[in-house]
Design a protein around this ligand. Structure first.
Ligand SMILES: NC(=O)c1ccc[n+]([C@@H]2O[C@H](COP(=O)([O-])OP(=O)(O)OC[C@H]3O[C@@H](n4cnc5c(N)ncnc54)[C@H](O)[C@@H]3O)[C@@H](O)[C@H]2O)c1
Length: 422
């Protein structure tokens, strides 16, 4: 017997607006629509409880509709206190039969109360973005661990945490690293985070990118995307890295590469996308220019050391614009921190465009179905089955009206052989 879970949302009267935005998103998610049509016929979840801890955005509605069409009994909670779109949350409760517990700006206590509610529902499958749900399951719901058949993980930071749990022998359920699918991180992390992070910075600050100097910390999938989009807007981009190969790649892609201490003196705008902690800290704030803008688009709000900047500042002017707090240093310099160091693309903009979430969420939905079909899935971090990646890529190309060539028999044989040379 599981506890009933009631919705907890900011304002039910916002539902109509949320529905319009979700419908708009769904028209740009044709691959997921195909999955939804099949699920509606085959009902792979058939009354099973699925609990999701994801960013509550218009695209997530389309994923929820897909799982619902497959017969799932759904609870959705936020994976970040600042990323919830309240109109979308209201719309899911009013129109889609999803129990949502998420409020934009919820405090940490409420955030975890919602996560516990999602676990109280007794899910057989969980979906996570950052591993807070799975980590709470392991810490506080030991008795329920056997009921969870599998969990899906959406983001790099979550996969890193789950691999750390696995290495420690602490992981007790099978998980699928959705983030590591090619049709996820190659596009979502690079182009989705790339575009929406720049969008978030512009919406929050209205600065002119052309001629500005931007510093991007981390040249992974997200960092590459953001750096290239900033360059496209005419910004001169500096990369900071800790990995020699990535730093070399950035240099050969034509970016300036230097340590953060040097970059801190030069930058007008800073964006962290490392999944690491304290990337921008005291010695960097000490040398930043007056008016510097500091944002994070990595998963957790630990990349910019906010405690230190608070300690260093003589005073703080909150909300000088929406999503901008100005920290006034004793020497009069103003350092502007965006979105309280939380994901700028979700806090100040709308997160990833629907067209890219079409692929990530198709992978999510198909992996939920795949996991339920497996008998005794081994307890470890699983990769997304290659057939799912291939299917999503093929369908996405088709919906974009892009055709490609097919290997002839002769070419297939040639590519498998070693005998033929010059
Ligand atoms: N904003 C979003 O919507 C969004 C979307 C996807 C992923 N993410 C998050 O963004 C972060 C990065 O994800 P990714 O897929 O690019 O990861 P990634 O592993 O591909 O890249 C991270 C890069 O940061 C570098 N790095 C680590 N510590 C550093 C430091 N101190 N200074 C400079 N560079 C450092 C690493 O060497 C690596 O190249 C993660 O937290 C991920 O969860 C955010």
């Amino acid at each position: 017997m599981t506890d009933p879970v009631l919705p907890h949302i900011a304002d039910p009267s916002l539902a109509a607006g949320g529905r319009r935005r979700a419908d708009w998103a769904s028209r740009q998610m044709p691959v997921l629509e195909k999955v939804r049509e099949r699920f509606a016929q085959e009902k792979p979840f058939d009354g099973r409880a699925i609990s999701a801890c994801l960013h509550v955005t218009a695209e997530t509605v389309v994923l929820m509709r897909t799982l619902k069409a497959g017969g799932a009994d759904l609870v959705l909670v936020a994976s970040n206190p600042l990323s919830t779109q309240d109109d979308v949350a209201a719309s899911m409760v009013a129109h889609d039969g999803v129990t949502v517990q998420a409020l934009r700006g919820e405090d940490t206590t409420t955030y975890y109360k919602h996560i516990r509610a999602a676990l109280d529902r007794g899910p057989v499958i969980t979906l996570d973005d950052g591993a807070d749900l799975v980590s709470t399951l392991h810490k506080e719901y030991e008795d329920s661990l056997n009921d969870v058949r599998c969990s899906m993980e959406e983001t790099t930071t979550g996969v890193i945490r789950l691999r750390a749990m696995d290495a420690d022998g602490a992981l007790k359920i099978p998980v699928v690293a959705v983030n590591d699918a090619m049709t996820k991180h190659l596009f979502d992390n690079r182009y989705g985070t790339g575009q929406s992070t720049v969008d978030g910075v512009i919406r929050a600050t209205d600065i002119l990118m052309a001629g500005s100097i931007s510093v991007v910390a981390g040249y992974g999938w997200c960092g590459r995307g953001v750096a290239n989009r900033l360059r496209g807007q005419g910004s001169r981009v500096i990369i900071t890295e800790v990995d020699h190969v990535k730093a070399l790649e950035a240099a050969m892609d034509g970016f300036e590469v230097m340590p953060m201490l040097d970059a801190a003196r030069a930058g007008d705008l800073f964006v962290t996308l490392t999944g690491d902690t304290s990337v921008i800290r005291r010695e960097h704030f000490e040398v930043m220019k007056d008016g510097a803008l500091v944002a994070n688009s990595g998963h957790f709000d630990v990349e910019v050391d906010l405690k230190i900047v608070e300690e260093m500042a003589e005073s703080v002017e909150e909300n000088v614009r929406n999503h901008v707090d100005a920290y006034i240093m004793p020497d009069g310099r103003r350092i502007n921190v965006l979105a309280k160091g939380r994901l700028i693309n979700l806090a100040a903009a709308e997160g990833h465009p629907a067209s890219v979430m079409d692929m990530s969420f198709s992978v999510q939905a198909l992996c939920c179905e795949w996991a339920l079909k497996q008998d005794g899935l081994e307890v470890r971090v699983h990769s997304v089955p290659k057939e799912i990646d291939d299917w999503v890529a093929r369908l996405k190309l088709e919906t974009m009206n892009i055709g490609i060539d097919t290997l002839s028999e002769e070419q297939e044989n040639y590519l498998k052989s070693w005998q033929m040379g010059t």
